[in-house]
Design a protein. Structure first.
Length: 360
């Protein structure tokens, strides 16, 4: 059985999820590959996985085919630039960098890699795949889109660069509905900052924005202080004959990877369903809760790293990821801010909960 070597940089919340996904895929029953895993982190926390204290030492001694960057948001750029000269595949957690990092330096450091992807796992939802395929197959032109993408991370113990790491999902999914290559252009943004995060007293926790995608108008609301998880995208399209077609997608409700999509049109006063997807009752193997979509993107990355197999869903490559990060930076730089909100005026006791349903 062939062997693939995977190095995980960062073994916190994100890194352990990647580790679980990789272990579930290793062996003859899944990919037909023996996945050998090692990791780099500031401190050793897992005894049964080879550990490297430096990323350079790991690259030299372990020679990975695939590097997964799962460190804290603010450290993405540091790790990515230290991969300069690496020739394997890189899968990086989102967002690519923070607003303060040098994007050009990151892109330059990755110029020799065999392939690259940012973990935009929403692309791997069956609802997302079906929506994009239907739009492109039927030549639907986007007229209007609205997305809501929020969850509750109040007092979450994980550091964060803010809500840009949440809004990125809805922006990416809407962008992929463009037929002519148009890119999202920011029009206006407002935001709220607060001390919800351990990362500081005035981190951006919510943003509302308007944008254009070609002639289409897009509005988005995203928040890390949404008390309930809410991830929806509503769209209106025009078909080639001039009629309107509607689509509504809902994600991770009531549990992770439980997604729905309905596409319909008005047919003489009644709704004619054109496409429907519902994964809420799909069985999830034990131990795979919260990683159904993650296993799909990891599968694509491992296969590409091994023998350049074409991914089931196109990777968000370097050029696309840099362009999306520039949009995130523009949102953060231009948003009119209110706050900061003080959730913990008397200080906080940092929660170490691992409730995946809340954290997701």
């Amino acid at each position: 059985m062939d062997n693939v070597k995977v190095l995980i940089a960062g073994m916190g919340y994100a890194g352990t999820r990647f580790l679980t996904a990789l272990r579930s895929l290793s062996g003859p029953r899944e990919l037909g590959l023996d996945i050998e895993i090692a990791y780099h982190a500031r401190h050793r926390t897992i005894e049964d996985v080879p550990y490297f204290a430096t990323i350079e030492g790991a690259l030299d001694a372990f020679s990975p085919d695939l590097v997964i960057v799962a460190v804290t948001d603010s450290a993405h750029a540091e790790i990515l630039t230290r991969l300069a000269g690496y020739r394997g595949f890189v899968l990086a957690e989102k967002p690519l960098t923070s607003v303060h990092d040098d994007l050009d330096a990151v892109a330059s450091a990755l110029r020799d890699v065999s392939g690259f992807a940012v973990d935009l796992v929403g692309r791997y939802s069956q609802a997302s795949m079906a929506l994009q395929e239907y739009v492109h197959r039927n030549g639907l032109k986007l007229v209007r889109a609205h997305a809501t993408w929020g969850k509750n991370r109040i007092n979450d113990h994980r550091p964060t660069v803010g809500v840009t790491s949440e809004v990125i999902h809805s922006l990416d999914l809407v962008q992929r509905l463009s037929l002519d290559g148009s890119q999202l252009r920011l029009r206006d943004a407002v935001g709220v900052c607060s001390d919800y995060s351990v990362s500081g007293p005035d981190v951006l926790d919510s943003v509302a924005l308007t944008a254009q995608l070609g002639d289409a108008v897009v509005s988005v609301y995203s928040s890390f202080v949404n008390i309930t998880r809410q991830r929806t995208i509503d769209c209106t399209f025009r078909d080639p004959e001039g009629g309107l077609v509607y689509a509504a997608a809902e994600y991770s409700n009531p549990t992770w990877d439980a997604d729905q999509l309905r596409i319909w049109r008005d047919a003489g006063g009644r709704e004619e369903t054109l496409c429907e997807v519902d994964t809420r009752n799909d069985p999830v193997p034990e131990g795979f809760d919260t990683i159904v979509g993650l296993r799909r993107i990891v599968t694509d990355a491992v296969r590409f790293a091994h023998d350049r197999q074409r991914p089931v869903v196109p990777f968000a490559g370097i050029e696309e990821s840099v362009r999306l990060q520039r949009l995130l930076n523009e949102i953060e730089q231009k948003a009119q801010l209110t706050g900061p909100v003080g959730y913990f005026p008397d200080g906080r006791v940092v929660s170490t909960e691992t409730d995946l349903e809340r954290l997701g």
